[in-house]
Design a protein around this ligand. Structure first.
Ligand code: UDP
Ligand code: MG
Length: 315
């Protein structure tokens, strides 16, 4: 049975790459339809994330001559993650599964067949994982890989070397729609959904035209968002640090006392320095406790779904 598959492509100032991207994706979709893998109702949805160039003009123009091309235009630039989500939620109403990919086709579209095969095997989420980073600059490679490791250390479950190239079935999309958080970090949310998942490996190419829409500033914001939306460990680190300093201050206290008794300390030094050490640690510990509650409040306001049912048997 052919599946209705939607490609979702967020685009921000991508007029340079769009004609080629649409052409290549169209070829891919046609061959999937010809092979009987994809249904005639499959589509490609291009989300214009408030571009300042002619991106939307191109999308609407192509949609007139090619019925497989669809578009969503956001009222202004909302960032890659929000643009992607809007496309996924639009596609959710019409399709069996969605494949999200970047407009610059850095992700190898020839593995789309494998994505669909895994979906047909019963996987609800399939992650595209890049098996090398040769196309990145040394700087991007080291920072990105360090970041994945750091996230793991903080207890965040993200897929190593996976960006937003993935397939999601309609059930996974339905589950995703229950996450109402505003600070979106899809790479962190999707693994929380569960269901049967699998991986597809591919080589990431270079952007074939135009330049990266992720300057360092946006990348740092994205990275910080990922940490602060998924981990309250930094708050715990503060508490622990406070406790350690309190403990060390006891040693300092003994040292100050000994200096005082030996008469080698200036009058008033011992009591002053002991209070500073101990109170410093205590304050940090208390901030950590307050932080723990703030962390809990943060968790509550996100109103994430508490569970997602995969199957149900009631006789
Ligand atoms: N993008 C977007 N909104 C933004 C920035 C980027 O929709 O504010 C899109 C962009 O058009 C591209 C994808 O996100 O399809 C990834 O961006 P890019 O390829 O520039 O990132 P890089 O590959 O350099 O990390
Ligand atoms: Mg790119």
């Amino acid at each position: 049975m052919p599946v209705i598959v939607y490609f979702v492509v967020p685009c921000y100032n991508e007029e340079e790459v769009l004609p080629e991207t649409i052409k290549r994706l169209d070829q891919k979709l046609q061959s999937l339809i010809d092979e009987g893998k994809a249904d005639e109702d499959s589509r490609m949805i291009f989300v214009d994330d408030g571009s300042k160039d002619n991106t939307w003009g191109l999308i609407s123009e192509y949609s007139r001559s090619n019925r497989y091309v669809g578009g969503v235009k956001l009222s202004r630039n909302r960032g890659h993650q929000n643009a992607l989500l809007s496309g996924l939620m639009t596609a959710k109403e019409h399709c069996d599964c969605v494949i999200s990919l970047d407009a610059d086709l850095q992700d190898d579209i020839d593995v789309i067949d494998q994505f669909i095969d895994k979906y047909l095997d019963g996987c609800e989420i399939v992650y595209g994982v890049r098996n090398n980073r040769d196309s990145d600059t040394a700087f991007k490679r080291t920072t990105a890989q360090g970041y994945y490791k750091f996230m793991k250390m903080l207890g965040v479950d993200i897929v190593y070397n996976h960006a937003d190239y993935r397939l999601m079935g309609s059930r996974a999309l339905e589950a995703l729609s229950q996450y109402s958080e505003v600070n979106l970090f899809l790479r962190g949310i999707v693994p929380l959904i569960g269901y049967r998942t699998d991986y597809v490996y591919y080589e990431r190419a270079e952007r074939f035209a135009g330049e990266s829409k992720y300057p360092l500033k946006k990348m740092i914001k994205f990275a910080v968002d990922g940490i602060t939306s998924f981990s309250v460990k930094p708050l715990k680190i503060i508490s622990n640090l406070g406790l350690i300093i309190c403990f060390l201050s006891i040693i300092g206290f003994i040292y100050a006392l000994v200096s005082f008794l030996l008469g080698s300390a200036v009058a008033g030094w011992a009591s002053t320095i002991c209070s500073i050490w101990f109170l410093g640690g205590l304050q940090m510990f208390c901030i950590g406790i307050v932080g723990t509650y703030v962390g809990k409040i943060y968790g509550e306001v996100k109103r994430r779904p508490r569970y997602i049912i995969e199957e149900e048997i009631i006789n």
